[in-house]
Design a protein around this ligand. Structure first.
Ligand code: TMP
Length: 230
């Protein structure tokens, strides 16, 4: 059996990381061989690149930012994603190349041709089998990230202006419309439980079709979930 590559995307505060954590518990309880990863920061080198990029203090030039996300991705694809897929695992990455289209393309204004070339270089054409887009309005996203920042430090990209986030969201939705087979949109404005239900309704049959998950699911306890970093 060959592996399956799934990515989670959404604007900051969309709740995707919380959803990924809850889904992972469920899938592991079902016996799925699951690996979780993230961009930026899915490798030891990537962890350092992530810290450099998201440090609120640091002034990062937009071209530098674009290239560092690409470098992080190149390392991630070669050292983590491809080996996991070769072993037949399910790998879910919290963000991947669509984030570069949305943030550096639509957000920062780099041309789509340059973005495509850099993505191609970094990924060698590796496209996810499935992408889940957690969609929330910019207003809801801002409410959530403001609540989060009261507890933790806000990262540099969190504090970009609202129109930046609107452009990012529009680009994510555009990608979903252009690639409806690959990208499934979830309305992530509701409760954590409600969003998780929508997520499982897509992921479970998808993994069953690909032979990673049995048609007879093991019963797992229902918990009240707490929102974490997303
Ligand atoms: P995270 O909060 O989902 O961990 O993502 C970290 C930030 O990095 C988030 O604001 C989006 C941003 N980002 C980009 O701008 N371009 C990219 O290619 C990736 C992967 C993330």
């Amino acid at each position: 059996m060959s592996g399956t590559f799934i990515t989670f995307e959404g604007i900051d505060g969309s709740g995707k990381s919380t959803q990924l954590r809850i889904l992972a518990g469920f899938l592991r309880a079902q016996g799925v061989e699951l690996l979780l990863s993230r961009e930026p920061g899915g490798t030891p080198v990537g962890v350092r690149l992530r810290a450099a990029l998201l440090d609120v203090q640091g002034e990062v030039d937009p071209l530098t930012e674009l290239l560092v996300f690409a470098a992080d991705r190149a390392q991630h694809v070669r050292k983590v994603i491809r080996p996991a897929l070769a072993k037949g695992a399910v790998l879910i990455s919290d963000r991947y190349a669509d984030a570069t289209r949305a943030y550096q393309g639509a957000g920062r204004g780099f041309s789509s041709q340059l973005i495509s070339e850099i993505i191609e270089l970094a990924t060698e054409g590796l496209v996810p089998d499935l992408t889940i887009l957690f969609d929330v309005t910019v207003e809801e996203s801002t409410n959530r990230t403001t609540r989060r920042s009261a507890k933790n430090k806000r990262d540099r990209l969190d504090i970009e202006k609202e129109d930046f986030h609107s452009r990012v969201r529009e680009e994510y939705l555009r990608i979903a419309t252009a690639e409806p087979q690959r990208v499934k949109v979830i309305d992530a404005a509701g409760t954590i439980e409600g969003t998780q239900e929508q997520l499982r309704a897509i992921i479970v049959p998808f993994l069953q079709r690909r032979g990673h998950l049995s048609n007879r699911l093991v019963n797992t306890p229902r918990h009240k979930f707490k929102r974490g970093h997303c």
